[in-house]
Design a binder for this molecule. Structure first.
Ligand code: HEC
Ligand code: HEC
Length: 359
């Protein structure tokens, strides 16, 4: 759109908001319908000004998940926005259902100096899922160097990033923004693009909305955004923070669920492998225990089983997680570095599995 076109769209949005009761978001609400996708993130009205502060507009709610997807140590901000008067269909175990015109938003960034968050952020990309006519579509916006706005991309992009890590060492790195085809590899479940994080087992945790920590499910329910209302917090089955102090088994399984389970389940991209790493999978061969890989070869490092109880270094799961070779590495996708904490956790878990060895 040229400048004049944009102005006309904006006026239409204002008029629609004036007549219909604004959707949550900016005063004119996030735009909807045929105007989406916009070329720039700022046009959605999901955030206040300046955009880089990522302050959610009215009606846009921040949230966190319990077990995060590793993306080269990038940090993330997550938000959801529902159209006015609409609610999420809550389920204690199954994925939630969202109304049309739901926006789910995830912004990736690095602290410019990991020792000092006050030194500012380098925003990288903002990912959106927007639901229209019952279908979620993924969009990705890449932040400009000036950090004034983010531009829509679909082919993916590699950014050159300079930052200072937690040890005070300067880091020069490539950061890969995924293509929208890559979004689909992970978000496609049973041939439909779906949200992966916002569900009971990932959101049943505290979040500080400004008045001290509060359970996220209770907060959403109090706003009328979950129908039917969930039972009391802490009565529901949920994941454990992989970096926390919970039981080893639950932390490892939570890590696998968030980092592998969206592909490794019967409705995901890795279904033909028969290796199922989501939370529901019972301990056994489907979880990889003494399971021979579907395709032997270099990707297996000539190892025999996905997981050999008691023997992390004999386990293909760890061999592939420790690789950065695109033909071998797991998870498949945009990451370029190995998740040191994640591989250490899984090594600890596999070491503790018994009885040791495979027949
Ligand atoms: C390697 C797998 C993977 C890829 C590639 C991927 N996602 Fe996701 N995405 C996830 C997982 C897992 C979550 C939930 C965990 C989290 O938020 O850390 C998630 C969360 C999100 C969220 C927050 C709402 C939700 O579904 O939890 C949005 C929005 C999103 N992704 C959009 C995108 C878009 C757009 C792309 C492509 C540009 C993309 N994702 C690529 C796996 C992936
Ligand atoms: C973006 C999708 C995707 C993600 C995320 C992903 N995988 Fe995979 N994985 C695949 C596909 C597709 C295959 C089958 C082709 C192959 O072996 O390369 C596979 C195969 C495997 C295999 C061989 C299994 C067998 O029995 O044949 C292992 C082991 C594996 N993945 C481990 C993992 C682990 C561990 C994670 C999480 C840290 C993970 N994967 C995340 C897509 C994914």
């Amino acid at each position: 759109l040229n400048g004049a076109g944009r102005a006309i769209v904006r006026v239409l949005v204002l008029v629609a908001a004036g007549c219909g009761g604004a959707a949550p978001g900016s005063p004119d609400g996030p735009p909807s319908g045929d105007t989406i996708p916009y070329d720039t993130l700022g046009r959605y009205g999901l955030f206040g000004s300046p955009l880089a502060a990522q302050q959610p507009a009215a009606g846009v709610l921040p949230y966190d998940v319990i077990s995060v997807l590793y993306q080269d140590d990038a940090r993330k901000l997550r938000f959801l926005s529902l159209p006015a008067g609409q609610a999420i269909t809550f389920d204690a175990t199954a994925p939630w259902q969202f109304p049309d015109d739901t926006f789910l938003v995830k912004t990736f960034y690095y602290d410019r100096d990991a020792r000092d968050p006050a030194a500012g952020r380098r925003l990288l990309e903002t990912r959106l899922l927007h639901r229209k006519d019952g279908v979620f579509t993924p969009y990705v916006y890449v932040w400009n160097d000036d950090q004034t706005d983010a531009q829509r991309q679909s082919a993916g992009q590699t950014l050159s990033i300079s930052r200072i890590d937690a040890q005070g060492a300067p880091v020069e790195q490539a950061y890969r923004v995924p293509s929208t085809d890559q979004c689909r590899t992970c978000h496609l479940q049973e041939r439909q693009v779906v949200p992966l994080g916002p569900r009971t087992r990932q959101l049943d945790r505290p979040f500080d909305y400004g008045a001290g920590p509060e359970n996220q499910l209770a907060h959403l329910a109090a706003l009328g955004l979950l129908q039917p209302a969930p039972p009391a917090p802490d009565t529901l089955s949920h994941l454990e923070d992989p970096a926390g102090t919970g039981p080893l088994e639950a932390r490892a399984r939570s890590y696998l669920d968030a980092n592998c389970g969206h592909c490794h389940n019967p409705g995901g991209a890795a279904a033909p492998s028969g290796l199922f790493l989501s939370w529901e999978t019972a301990q056994g061969i489907a979880l990889g225990l003494c399971k021979p890989p579907v395709a032997a070869g270099p990707a297996s490092g000539s190892l025999r089983y996905d997981i050999v109880p008691g023997q992390p270094d004999e386990s293909i799961v760890l061999y592939r997680m420790r690789s950065t070779d695109p033909q071998i590495k797991m998870p498949q996708g945009p990451t370029v570095t190995v998740d040191a904490a994640g591989t250490a956790l899984l090594a600890q878990w596999i070491s503790a599995l018994s009885p040791a060895g495979c027949p």
